[in-house]
Design a protein. Structure first.
Length: 414
């Protein structure tokens, strides 16, 4: 079976003929000659209408999916079109995308592998350049963003991740209802950045949002209050537990330094994970070490007991009873004379209504989904050892997490 027969079966383009396939002079490439069918008219690249041909340009090469370890190129002399509306312009061919030297199907092929491997590995595996892989991802992402269906959206989660040194952050907005996907990427974590998301979706979709999950970053709280006031705004347990663990670790570190300076026995040495991990996750040595530590009347021990006591808060089903427990916990904590823990109590009091929304949402909406997606975003960036520009980072994240539609193919094996 000839290669042209396979191409006619898998990637047939109306108005064009695969004339023949041959090896290049150095026998490292397969070159497939393409010609227009007789009496066929080219398509104007401006208005997409059939127009009479004006003349032919020099032969162009379009890279196709490799076959049997050989690079494959389509060779075609582009026609210029005499269009009454657009003037004399180069025709549009169904396998090409503007001035790109890659065929559309090859760009989809490279973009598919760019989800599984680093872009550098994709380029090396298929004997192409990193720029070609990047352009392929850009083509697929731009097509997907232009053709995706945004609504309906009932629940969103917003969070930030650091994408470069020097406190450079991205604002990521996810859909977290029945469909979990990345909706939007913004540079920095400012009010103007997050407002860009609501500008993108419009007032109609924003008014349909019922739940919003976020952390306690003030610009996010402000934008949600202004653009999504009808939604139940949930400050989820993940962020509160993370803040609590930071406070406990601060207490432990400060007390350990104080004991060392006073020449006391280093009781808190190598106890960090004994204190921060959930009891069910402790190893046997860590369990024994913690049991020994709890015998001492240390500020760290008291802070640990306050942290463990707060875990009961998340077991409540009723917002009213959960609120009563939180008020009691804050009252006792404010009298503990442990400053980092007192800051946690003040934080809980300041955001009390938003925290209790977790129970009003019946614990169904959780920013744990957001954190899981954030971890995938970090893996995407780490797999490529970081991206140099915001634009490339944005493309990679949409490609990996956006669940974007892709152009239809007449034949797919991947």
């Amino acid at each position: 079976m000839e290669l042209t027969t396979i191409l006619n079966q898998c990637y047939r383009f109306p108005g064009f003929v695969y004339e023949g396939a041959r090896f290049s002079t150095d026998r490292t490439r397969i070159e497939v000659q393409v010609r227009p069918r007789s009496r066929s008219q080219p398509t104007c690249s401006g208005c997409q209408q059939r127009r009479p041909a004006y003349d032919h340009l020099d032969e162009r090469r379009f890279e196709f999916i490799p076959v049997w370890g050989f690079l494959v190129f389509l060779l075609y002399r582009m026609r210029r079109v005499d269009c009454r509306g657009c003037g004399v312009v180069v025709e549009q061919v169904p396998w090409g995308n503007g001035k790109h030297q890659l065929t559309k199907v090859y760009m989809q092929f490279l973009a598919h592998w760019a989800r599984k491997l680093s872009w550098k590995e994709v380029a090396e595996s298929f004997q192409t350049s990193w720029e070609n892989v990047c352009n392929s991802v850009e083509y697929v992402v731009q097509w997907g963003l232009a053709h995706r269906t945004l609504g309906p959206i009932f629940a969103i989660g917003v969070d930030e991740i650091q994408y470069a040194k020097g406190h450079k952050y991205l604002t990521l907005v996810y859909q977290i209802d029945d469909l979990t996907r990345l909706l939007w990427v913004g540079k920095e974590r400012t009010v103007a950045t997050f407002e860009g998301f609501f500008t993108m979706i419009g007032d109609e979709l924003a008014s349909q949002i019922e739940f919003v999950c976020s952390d306690m970053w003030k610009p996010y709280l402000r934008v949600i209050r202004e653009h999504c006031s009808q939604a139940l705004h949930v400050l989820d347990r993940f962020h509160i537990v993370a803040k609590m663990n930071e406070a406990l670790d601060d207490v432990r570190a400060a007390e350990a330094r104080k004991m060392f300076a006073a020449g006391h026995e280093p009781l808190l040495k190598k106890t960090r994970w004994c204190l921060l991990k959930r009891q069910r996750n402790l190893t046997s040595p860590q369990r024994f070490r913690l049991r020994e530590l709890l015998r001492y009347n240390l500020a760290t021990v008291r802070a640990y007991l306050l942290k463990e006591d707060l875990q009961q808060f998340w077991d409540y089903a009723s917002p009213a009873w959960a609120g009563k427990f939180m008020d009691d916990w804050c009252w006792h904590t404010m009298r503990s004379r442990i400053e980092p823990m007192k800051k946690i109590a003040k934080m809980l009091r300041a955001h009390r209504p938003l925290i209790l929304n977790y129970f009003k949402a019946k614990k169904v909406i959780s920013s744990g989904v957001v954190e899981g997606l954030n971890n995938k975003a970090k893996v995407t960036m780490r797999r490529s050892y970081g991206f140099r520009t915001f634009r490339v980072t944005e493309l990679a994240l949409y490609h990996a997490l956006g669940k974007l539609p892709e152009p239809e193919l007449t034949h797919r094996i991947y």
